[in-house]
Design a protein around this ligand. Structure first.
Ligand SMILES: [Zn+2]
Length: 277
């Protein structure tokens, strides 16, 4: 775990797995996202009990994707999310999802289950930790239910999957790139010091800028693909520094394919696709 100022910690996942955060306030502790593997969430609990005897008040989920929410089942605290996140989680056929995974991961997840949020909000919710104020806002962008969590007075924003640093972004048919860029542009001007990405290492305004440029470029590529073959486009742009310096190049291709399917949104069986991490 990395400390980012007074009693706020973030996991350091060097392999691109999703991040989780811990905010310790006077009245108790808030955990932001619970990662994919319950075993990892248990390690997070061990870390918390090693540094504080306060109780965990809530887990807050930034969005429904299971790499951010499946660990909920290992944490004994009520889960907060937007109503939309709860709704999306309820639509996942977990047994079907689990059986689509590699046997070794199925085994690892044999006791896992989706734990649904019990406290929900529509657009906004605040939690008072005594000496810290937590602002949770559903903003959309990466997915319609994507929420961000701001910690004041620290000036820290947990961005969920609105920010990827060092890795390719996961853009899906549910993503709204225009509003995604707009939200990041607004966040840049809010006196925030640290931006915690959903994946990758902690960033500042620089990483937010880079993400905005990435998204702009990604959008223009997706328009090009309508007239070119995807392989040709990837070959042409694979070396562009905006894309080349990020990890998980396969995710870039997947995102382009997924994003081009967005016209089919609502025609598919559900909002969920098998996730690989
Ligand atoms: Zn996500």
């Amino acid at each position: 775990m990395i400390s980012i100022g007074e009693d706020v910690f973030v996991t350091e996942n060097l392999n691109g797995a999703s991040n989780a955060g811990v905010v310790i306030g006077k009245k108790g502790i808030i955990v932001v996202d619970s990662t994919f593997f319950p075993s990892k969430a248990i390690r997070l609990m061990d870390f918390i009990s090693s540094i504080s005897s306060k109780i965990i008040l809530y887990v807050v989920n930034t969005h429904y994707h299971l790499d951010h929410t499946l660990g909920n089942c290992a944490i004994e605290a009520p889960v907060i999310s937007s109503e939309m996140t709860k709704d999306y989680l309820e639509r996942i056929d977990f047994e079907k999802f689990r059986s689509s995974l590699e046997p070794i991961i199925q085994k690892e997840l044999k006791d896992a289950r989706i734990v649904f949020p019990s406290i929900t909000f529509n657009r906004k919710m605040t939690v008072d930790l005594g000496n810290k104020k937590i602002e949770i806002l559903r903003v959309g962008g990466h997915t319609p239910d994507s929420s961000i969590i701001k910690v004041w007075p620290n000036g820290i924003c947990f961005c969920g999957d609105l920010l990827f640093s060092g890795y390719h972004a996961e853009i899906t048919s549910e993503s709204d790139i225009d509003s995604w860029i707009k939200i990041l542009g607004k966040l840049k001007n809010e006196n925030l010091k640290w931006f915690v990405p959903g994946h990758g290492s902690i960033g500042s305004v620089k990483e937010v800028d880079e993400m905005m440029i990435y998204l702009e470029k990604f959008k223009s590529l997706s328009f090009m693909i309508k007239s070119n073959k995807i392989d040709d486009v990837i070959e042409k742009f694979g070396d562009d520094p905006v894309f080349a310096k990020r990890g998980f190049p396969l995710l870039f291709e997947d995102s382009l394919i997924e994003y081009l399917r967005r016209d089919d949104v609502g025609k598919n069986a559900g909002p969920y696709k098998a996730r690989r991490r």
